[in-house]
Design a protein around this ligand. Structure first.
Ligand SMILES: Cc1cc2nc3c(=O)[nH]c(=O)nc-3n(C[C@H](O)[C@H](O)[C@H](O)COP(=O)(O)O)c2cc1C
Length: 461
């Protein structure tokens, strides 16, 4: 599961932590434009703003004066347009054009064509494989052949049909155009996409927002549960060295026939011997899972050598063995002490979260760092589940929506921006736990569940 994050984490950078470069080009957009009198600039600004895209102004090394722009006077602009080989120089350049997958290219119409400086721009970069979407402004002419005539200058790009806009085109009109062209806004790190059912991590990878926890599942139960999850369309699996079932998870993933990159597997290494020799612990996890790479590895909880273990995981990220890193059972104080000691900002923190233990102070803090929060024990954990699922408030809300209490609790998590990984060995429950997108809790219902908090932790971590 991957997609580059284009707005990678100002917050991370503030903390002087790094995030790995996006793994592969896929959706990062550049809006590049030339505008002599500001009309095209306004369109470019709207587009970049709507898409959360980078913007680059093509600035002539020698600025155009009013006399240069006075058309039908034989001035500089007229002369350049009469000379197809004219290549006016550009001041500056795009930093790392390679990072962009799509380029929106804006220009004014000059005598029915793009200004020659657009030719200079196109010939200055290797644009092969990139999608180029031209747009222009004009006094009255259409885009005509101006966009098609640019194609030979970037012959290996994938050119989309261009569009012409008059001065004063609104933001809404630009948004509708981008939508019609299929150009999507960059995914915001940490924001849940309820249509794709995923969240963009600060590592540049996309992770499903609901999946399966495998704590306490025996090998056979685990194999069957992961298989049921994958068959039901679930793609996120949480395991750990300590659960003793990594091999079963790996086997179910391999046997599923589902492309590896569609599945997201989280595992964890444990304090003690594993933190003391983290390279071996990582190798062991890779070996047991036997699924090529690990999507995400967490430290299971704070402990001696946790920084050392995390740094070994950072090296494994650099080697491509692990894609994303995270922590489990880290709270505000622990994070404040830990983060300054490491280089890669964790992509995820996994903590105990349920209606009786809501962590309402911790969750916003973690999210403010651009870290995604994931909850374990969503139904309160062993010995508490019947009480929580039978809770009057939750049951009433469930009845109103015609869903189960479990679905209400999971949906409440999702609406708080918390990823859910309920554990289950029952295929019916596994399917039900994925079925969270046919109803929405109202603000009032969210508030009713929020009011159930007892700050009652059900496990010792
Ligand atoms: C040299 C030159 C030639 C132009 N030729 C045309 C033209 O053929 N058709 C047209 O409708 N507008 C033409 N225009 C007007 C511009 O296309 C129009 O004002 C455009 O929106 C300006 O964009 P800008 O403010 O981003 O530079 C021309 C302008 C200049 C300076």
């Amino acid at each position: 599961m991957r997609r580059p994050a284009s707005l990678l984490l100002a917050v991370c950078l503030c903390l002087c932590l790094t995030v790995p470069a996006a793994a592969e080009a896929g959706g990062k957009v550049l809006v590049a434009y030339f505008s002599a009198t500001g009309t095209t600039k306004a369109i470019a600004d709207h587009a970049a703003d709507i898409l959360g895209a980078d913007i680059y102004e093509i600035v002539p090394a020698e600025p155009y004066t009013d006399a240069d722009l006075a058309y039908y006077t034989g001035g500089r602009a007229d002369q350049e347009q009469n000379d197809p080989s004219a290549r006016p120089a550009i001041a500056g350049h795009v930093e790392d054009m390679g990072q962009y997958d799509t380029v929106l290219l804006g220009y004014p119409i000059w005598h029915g064509q793009a200004p020659r400086i657009i030719s200079t721009f196109l010939e200055s970069y290797d644009l092969s494989g990139k999608t180029i979407l031209p747009f222009c402004t004009s006094h009255s002419s259409g885009i005509g052949s101006s966009d098609d005539d640019l194609h030979p200058l970037a012959p290996d790009a994938d050119w989309l049909d261009g569009s012409r806009f008059p001065a004063g085109t609104t933001r809404e009109e630009i948004a509708a155009w981008l939508d019609a062209c299929g150009i999507e806004a960059a995914s915001q790190v940490g924001a849940f996409d309820f249509e794709r059912k995923t969240v963009m991590l600060n590592s540049g990878y996309e992770m499903p927002i609901m999946g399966l926890g495998t704590y306490s599942l025996s090998d056979e139960e685990c194999y069957n549960s992961v298989t049921a999850l994958l068959q039901a369309g679930g793609r996120l699996i949480d395991t750990a060295y300590m659960y003793g079932n990594e091999s079963a998870v790996g086997r179910a993933v391999r046997d599923s026939g589902i492309p590896r990159e569609e599945i997201f597997v989280i595992t964890k290494i444990y304090p003690g011997a594993q933190y003391a020799n983290p390279e071996q612990a990582i190798a062991e996890a890779l070996d047991k899972l036997d699924i090529g790479y690990i999507d995400m590895m967490l430290l299971h909880h704070p402990g001696t050598n946790d920084v050392k273990a995390y740094k070994a995981m950072e090296r494994a990220v650099a080697e491509g063995k692990i894609h994303s890193l995270g922590l489990s059972n880290w709270y505000v104080e622990e994070l404040e002490a830990f983060l300054p000691q490491v280089n890669i900002m964790p992509a995820l923190v996994q903590n105990e979260i349920h209606p009786y233990y809501q962590e309402n102070d911790v969750i916003p803090y973690i999210q403010s760092l651009g870290i995604v929060v994931q909850g374990w024990y969503p139904f309160g954990g062993r010995g508490y589940t019947a009480d929580l699922l039978g809770n009057e408030t939750i049951s009433a809300i469930a009845a109103d929506h015609g869903v189960s209490s479990a679905q209400v609790i999971l949906r409440w998590n999702l609406q708080k921006g918390v990823v859910v990984i309920p554990g289950s060995s029952d295929p019916d429950h596994i399917r039900e736990n994925l079925d969270l997108f046919g109803f929405t809790l109202t603000d009032d219902e969210m508030a009713q569940i929020n009011a159930l908090d007892r700050n009652e932790k059900h496990d010792w971590y």
